[in-house]
Design a protein around this ligand. Structure first.
Ligand code: F6P
Length: 319
């Protein structure tokens, strides 16, 4: 391998820039040429290939967002789009590809591998933490920290008014951000897409709520019910409560990467280049039990599971 190209794809996440720096540094040390592809699969189709400067990446490694920009590409879902991307890889004499992104990104690589036999290496970059093959994805820890910081602030005003607050956090179909931010802020209830029991617990608690203190409910955006319906149900049981809904939204995606995500980016970035140099292909670099691990893309995109220990915690702290 003489020339690697890297791109970021899907929702950006803090830690992506740290991974880009680590990839550049490891490539440099191994005398491998590295290029960046801007705007994810869109840039691959458009041939938007740029040189990367290790020193510049080093200075920006702490920042949220992605220096390579990102996109969710509809064109790459078509065979025509993927064929155009293949042409651009050949034109630019790229002989290996590193993609930083979430499940959509790896599904894209799986489809691409049907027409392109260059080695692909993946790095999990999404705040949702919804991938198999790694205990944590890049950006999850930063997003949880941002959520916690904001939920703490909401608690101050909620306690002052003895209000019920339903706070919606991101996570798509996955409740990890809700679980971690909810447990970390002492929430009274946590609603996640993976459980139906959590709502029953919430109603039981809301029924006996005495309005002498705050009552904080964290709702994962993918929860079947959603914050508005949950609020309506609480009002039906307890009509006089003072209730507000806050959606934290995209604030959770921004900001400097946490210490954990910076280190994760460094480890996975270096691991991705080294794995390519060892001849590995079509696997995602991840950390399992604090050890580097490489998992084939088709296993990574299988449905994630909230583990039994966390489910147990939800039962205890939601009661
Ligand atoms: O996948 C990351 C994520 O932030 C999800 O938590 C959220 O559902 C989605 O992306 C939002 O996507 P967009 O920025 O395209 O609105």
């Amino acid at each position: 391998i003489k020339h690697i190209a890297v791109f970021t794809s899907g929702g950006d996440s803090p830690g992506m820039n740290a991974a880009l720096f680590a990839i550049a540094k490891t490539a440099e040390v191994n005398s491998i040429k590295l290029s960046g592809i801007r705007k994810g699969y869109e840039g691959l189709i458009d041939g938007d290939v740029v040189p990367l400067d290790t020193r510049e990446l080093q200075k920006m490694a702490h920042r949220g967002g992605t220096l390579l920009k990102t996109a969710r590409s509809k064109r790459f879902l078509t065979l025509e789009g993927r064929q155009q991307a293949l042409e651009n890889l050949k034109t630019n004499k790229i002989d290996a590809l590193i993609a930083i992104g979430g499940d959509g990104t790896f599904k894209g690589l799986l489809a691409f591998s049907e027409i392109c036999d260059l080695p692909f290496l993946g790095i999990p970059g999404t705040i949702d933490n919804d991938l198999a093959g790694t205990d944590f994805t890049l950006g999850f820890d930063s997003a949880v920290n941002t959520a916690i910081e904001n939920i703490d602030k909401i608690r101050d005003t909620a306690e002052a008014h003895n209000r019920i607050f339903l706070i919606e956090v991101m996570g798509r179909d996955c409740g990890y951000i809700a679980i971690h931010s909810g447990l970390g802020t002492g929430a009274d209830a946590i609603l996640i897409p993976e459980s139906a029991h959590d709502f029953i617990q919430l109603l039981e608690k809301a029924g006996s709520y005495d309005r002498e203190e705050a009552f904080i409910v964290i709702v994962s955006e993918g929860d079947e019910l959603g914050a508005e319906v949950a609020a309506k149900k609480i009002k039906e049981i307890n009509p006089d409560v003072d209730l507000r809904i806050t959606k934290l939204g995209h604030v959770q995606r921004g900001g400097n990467a946490s210490a954990f995500d910076r280190m994760l980016g460094i480890r996975l970035g270096a691991a991705a280049v080294e794995a390519l140099l060892r001849g590995r292909k079509n696997v995602m670099a991840g950390i399992l039990n604090n050890e580097l691990s490489l998992t084939p893309f088709d296993r990574v995109v299988k449905e994630h599971q909230v583990n039994d220990e966390l489910r147990g915690l939800l039962k205890i702290f939601g009661s």
